[in-house]
Design a protein around this ligand. Structure first.
Ligand SMILES: *Cc1c(COP(=O)(O)O)cnc(C)c1O
Length: 364
């Protein structure tokens, strides 16, 4: 059994994706060009954002957003300790200071009620992460931010397509960023990312910053970077995007079946807030004796993954935060485990996972 079945998807789109890739090779436009423009237009419309600015990765999308938002060295940026390192790494990379705020026990996203206490005179922005496919409580986060004049970036690397109060992830704050890393809900066959915004000035700035700060050919107005999306990846993404809504339905169905199959076991299932629709970037549950459980699942032939075993405040690279207590994130990190999941997981495979889980729990 695969942890994520990307091959099943390729089989469906094989002919069309091969044809699109070939047409990029024949066009001679390898960076930018019509496929990239078409993708940006479609994704902007899909999320309900005025602008989509493609770039080289989800990590770059956050860096570019921080730069466009005027975040500078020494500024404090609030974020969650329970995420992939990229969300905080980019803050450090531009010389700003990540300030961790603990998560909610239900959604695993930053706890908006705890943000206010972390705000100082130096705080300039909040990077909220919509983890495992479920949006953070963006209205509550925007409300605190507005009170203090802070920029809000939604790191929607795992939540492209998710809904929050009827609106789409990526369009829930001043800036939204996503990733097209292959295993993300909308994944390319390589790296890619995008920023979303309604703000014309930020759109202009982001396009300049992602292309060496050039406001015109060889006219450099800012210090920028090389972060453009390859035409091949755009052509692949356009093909995959045609399947996307159907895949989201399949993800919901598979999540519902897991909930049914695992419902009676001593496992904490994902809790999705009533005002939200998750895209289940991961199907992550919580169990006691997680490491023992993972080992027994492996013995049963079931691959699992741990997103994420160490909260960022306990990472070596952030040792200066080691005395910072993030009780919820620390507890969740010790219990979380992701089960095999993709739009193409079969019912039989899910039953196999559930049977193995029942066995792996009993022997604990
Ligand atoms: C994957 C991911 C990123 C980084 O995206 P890349 O495209 O791999 O650079 C950032 N934040 C979160 C929460 C992610 O899961």
């Amino acid at each position: 059994m695969n942890f994520i079945n990307l091959n099943a998807q390729y089989k469906i789109i094989e002919e069309k994706v091969n044809k699109n890739i070939l047409s990029v090779f024949q066009s001679g436009a390898f960076i930018g060009g019509s496929f990239v423009a078409e993708l940006e237009e479609k994704l902007a419309a899909y999320t309900g954002s005025k602008h989509c600015i493609s770039c080289a990765s989800g990590t770059d999308a956050i860096i570019l957003s921080l730069m466009a938002g005027g975040i500078k060295a020494g500024d404090e940026v609030i974020t969650t300790p329970f995420t992939f390192i990229a969300s905080a790494e980019v803050i450090s990379l531009i010389g700003a200071v990540p300030v961790f705020v603990d998560i909610e026990e239900g959604s695993y996203n930053i706890d908006a009620n705890k943000i206010k206490a972390a705000i100082t005179e130096k705080t300039k922005a909040i990077v909220a992460v919509s983890l495992f496919g479920q949006c953070a409580d963006m209205d509550a986060i925007n409300a605190v931010a507005d009170e203090h004049g802070l920029l809000v970036i939604e790191d929607a690397a795992q939540s492209f397509g998710a809904e929050y109060k009827g609106r789409k992830s990526c369009a829930l704050s001043k800036l939204g960023t996503t990733s097209f890393y292959p295993s993300k809900p909308l994944g390319a066959y390589g790296d890619g990312g995008a920023v979303f915004t309604d703000d014309d000035e930020l759109d202009r700035l982001l396009r300049i910053l992602k292309n060496h700060g050039q406001s015109g050919r060889y006219v450099h107005e800012y210090i920028g970077m090389n972060s453009r999306l390859d035409a091949v990846q755009a052509a692949i993404l356009l093909t995959k995007f045609e399947l996307f809504d159907d895949e989201l339905k399949k993800r919901e169905e598979a999540a519902a079946l897991y909930a049914e199959l695992l419902g009676d076991l001593d496992i904490s299932l994902p809790t999705i807030n009533k005002d939200r629709k998750s895209v289940y970037a991961q199907y992550s549950v919580r169990v006691k004796d997680r490491d023992g459980f993972a080992k027994r699942m492996k013995d049963e032939g079931i691959p699992t993954a741990i997103h994420y075993p160490i909260p960022l405040n306990k990472q070596k690279v952030y040792s200066k935060y080691s005395s910072t207590k993030m009780p919820v994130a620390e507890k969740v990190s010790s219990e979380i485990i992701s089960l095999p999941f993709s739009p193409y997981i079969s019912k039989d495979e899910q039953k196999q996972v559930a049977q193995a889980a029942a066995k792996s729990l009993i022997s604990s």
